[in-house]
Design a protein around this ligand. Sequence first.
Ligand SMILES: [Zn+2]
Length: 399
Amino acid sequence: MIEILFLLLPVAAASGWWLARRELRGKRDGGVPSHPDFLRGLNYLLEEQPDKAIDTFLKLAEVDGETVETHLALGSLFRRRGEVDRAIRIHQNLIARKNLGPDLRGFALYELGQDYMRAGLLDRAEGLFQELVEVGLHRLSALKALREIYQQERDWLRCLEVAGRLQSLTEQSMVAEMAHYHCELAEDARRKGDLDGARLSLIRAQEVDPTCIRAAMIEGMMTLEEGDPDQAVVIFLRVAERGAAYVSEILPALIEAAQRARGYDPRGLLEDLAARHPTSALLLGLSDLVVREVGEGEALERLTLYLSRFADLSVLERLVDLELRMAPSGSGEAGRIAVVLEVVRQVLSRQPVYQCEQCGFQARSLHWQCPSCKCWGRVLPVQPEPILQDSERADAMSA
Ligand SMILES: [Zn+2]
């Protein structure tokens, strides 16, 4: 029987129920209800037949109403199926039992907190998870759930407090997350016009995580707004060196700062950056400056040279647009180029601009916290692919 249970373990763990029960009971009492119907229910879970599993557990609960495990399994299954009201009732009934031991009561409280979160009742969920942390039951899971709640509520001070406790409990680094919480506080303060408060939060962000790109980006923007373009250029160049992928986010401000600062040649500065970190945004910004200062022909050459190295639709769009502007107005050539431009624009409009390197979530605007996997700082501007040689292309196709 033990072998079967080990086989079932991953499935039940996925339901969020089994693993915690195993931790809870350990080897103390074997940890496993042995009723054959209970095992049958777990087997249905293994076969991904949650409806049959629910039927089996419901029947079992009717004949043996005292079995806590059955109710916990049912509650978890109902929540997974979206029947949160039923899950809440089951877990509330369990908690109301007088004879429930502290471990099982703690687990039922945790499950009820998860039900409330799923139902959007964050205040109630928060109260339960705080109670668990205070009494020292399921402290790690409860702290993680609290962090999730405070993030949803955008309560960054509490996020910082919980992240600090999680870091000391698990010895797992939370510095990147904590730096983002400070950045969120800085953005909030900036919106309210509290520039000193914003500066203080940025200092704290960079104390926690000296590599925090976001803090440097906000600092550069604020420095430019406050009328110090020279210092803003220095900060933006630091951003470009640390995280070239983010240059697209600061490029207009960088160009403005370089134009207003003393002793900087904006075109030379962008050329230098593009040579070391060739990205779409830099090439597009540079081509604008070249068109204005030198001419469209020179810009075309630069874009063509870049496209001979990178398969980059946004740069191709700019190149075709320039070709159209240079073609004789009303000519057959201009008509053909206009068709090409429309095709490129349509394909381009469907391309993701940003992608999460953790879960693959795609977006058309920057999210510091991934809306899908909730990781911080993992959604990055999509980078152009290098042009493959014929032999490399054949290898890529056969792979
Ligand atoms: Zn993600």
